[in-house]
Ligand binder design. Structure first.
Ligand code: URA
Length: 431
């Protein structure tokens, strides 16, 4: 006979529903019992909704994070002989920064263990983007990951194994279908449980606010950033965060293959100004945590060092960095109806449109179309003439265009006066 369970899920749910703090042993049990399948999806969904509505104290978030870490394995890079620094973005539209950033930082002799995910909904996934490169392989064993970081390459971008924070994997899938994603305690514990379990020495968070982000509002994004920085720091991971604007798509490419193309431009010393700026800002932050505050980050982009590491990183995972990337069968160009200045371009509808073109998936089991997406030809502040191309939609099938165009209705505006464009990086959050 199995041992009796020490708590009842309904008592834990009621405690949170009524606004109380859940005692540490009961909270640890709830996470463990859910991972084992004793607590049902219905009970956990109810608990997640209670957290969504009532919030959690910092001490509860710490326990929740710790319980999710304890549900799986902890990786250990202590034998590498190098500092490890990772980065996490809370996700946005056109956010391909990890691609140039990981090899750039690794080119300074720092190890970068980037365990990444696939896209669901309008935000893209790093692995989906890299899989646009012929041959590239996302699944690595822990040993392969270790060897790649220890050797000359230094950077690894790969899929997180199923052993890392399995409680989060189960809970995140449940939150995704129960309207409980956007709760600060749940987002913070989900992200930080994986990053702490991964065993990195240091972590830089890119916490986004604006129309294309989880947190529309900068104050909520700041609260999320402060919560995650505190969780990391308390667990011995040197953690800082940048609060960055996600109201407008990042760069000029939204999709998969086109985002790889744009990342390679940045690695070649060019690329759109915002992508280069954010890559450099995050690299500085990571290298500062790794003890290299004066590293010549721009120099490594401009003289080919970061590109050499990128090529080595792609080859190490069986990809061909010089192979042509897929291109779409069908394109549709949207043009300006009048002369004017682009005054706005809202990230979220562009993310949804790219998703509807096939760049993202609606269900976890769907395949993405690597060549699908949107290429922007203008950004806010640019002057345009009637008939000028504003952006190009790409898809495998032209039947995809009407719904993508529907998502884009009202998503950009033309006017007479140049818009005020605020800084991309708004704040730096430290412990
Ligand atoms: N990414 C995660 O890993 N978890 C969340 O809850 C949100 C974004």
């Amino acid at each position: 006979m199995s041992a009796p369970e020490p708590y009842d899920a309904i008592d834990v749910i009621r405690a949170k529903r009524d606004g109380g703090a859940v005692p540490e042993p009961a909270l640890r049990w709830m996470v463990d019992a859910y991972t084992r399948g004793y607590v049902s999806d219905a009970q956990m969904a109810s608990f997640a909704m209670a957290i969504f509505q009532r919030g959690m104290e910092r001490s509860e978030i710490q326990v929740l994070t710790d319980a999710m870490i304890a549900s799986g394995e902890r990786m250990d890079f202590a034998g590498l002989g190098k500092r490890t620094v990772d980065k996490h973005s809370t996700g946005g539209v056109g956010d391909k920064i990890t691609l140039p950033l990981a090899p750039l930082v690794a080119s300074f002799g720092v190890a970068v263990p980037q365990l990444s995910g696939r896209g669901l909904g309008h935000t893209g996934g790093t692995l989906d983007k890299l899989e646009a490169i012929p041959g590239w392989r996302a699944a690595l064993s822990n040993q392969e990951m270790f060897e790649q970081m220890r050797g000359d390459v230094g950077a690894v971008i790969c899929a997180a194994g199923s052993g890392l924070a399995p409680a989060d994997k189960k809970l995140y899938a449940l939150r995704d279908v129960t309207g409980t994603v956007e709760a600060i305690p749940l987002i913070a514990s989900s992200i930080m449980s994986k990053k702490i379990a991964e065993g990195t020495d240091a972590l830089v968070l890119d916490v986004k606010f604006g129309s294309g982000a989880f947190m529309q509002d900068i104050d909520r994004a700041r609260e999320l950033a402060q919560t995650m920085v505190a969780l990391g720091t308390d667990s011995g991971v040197a953690t800082t965060a940048l609060l960055t604007d996600m109201n407008v798509p990042l760069g000029l490419a939204i999709g998969n293959a086109n985002e790889v193309r744009e990342s390679v431009e940045v690695l070649a010393g060019g690329g759109p100004a915002d992508i280069r700026e954010l890559t450099i800002a995050l690299a500085r932050e990571m290298l500062t945590l790794a003890g290299q505050p004066d590293a010549d980050v721009e120099g490594a982009l401009d003289d080919g060092r970061a590109m050499d590491t990128w090529k080595a990183m792609i080859r190490a995972q069986d990809g061909d960095p010089d192979a042509p990337l897929p291109t779409a069968r069908e394109t549709h160009v949207v043009t300006a109806e009048a002369d004017g200045i682009v005054t706005g371009m809202e990230a979220l509808p562009f993310g949804i449109a790219a998703w509807r073109l096939g760049a993202g998936r609606a269900r976890a089991e769907d395949q993405v179309v690597h060549a699908a997406g949107i290429d922007l030809h203008v950004k806010p502040g640019d002057r345009v003439s009637a008939g000028q191309a504003l952006f190009t939609l790409s898809a495998e099938d032209e039947a995809r265009f009407p719904r993508a165009l529907e998502a884009l209705e009202g998503a950009w505006t033309l006017g007479d006066t140049a818009p005020e464009i605020g800084p991309l990086v708004r704040e730096r959050i430290t412990a």
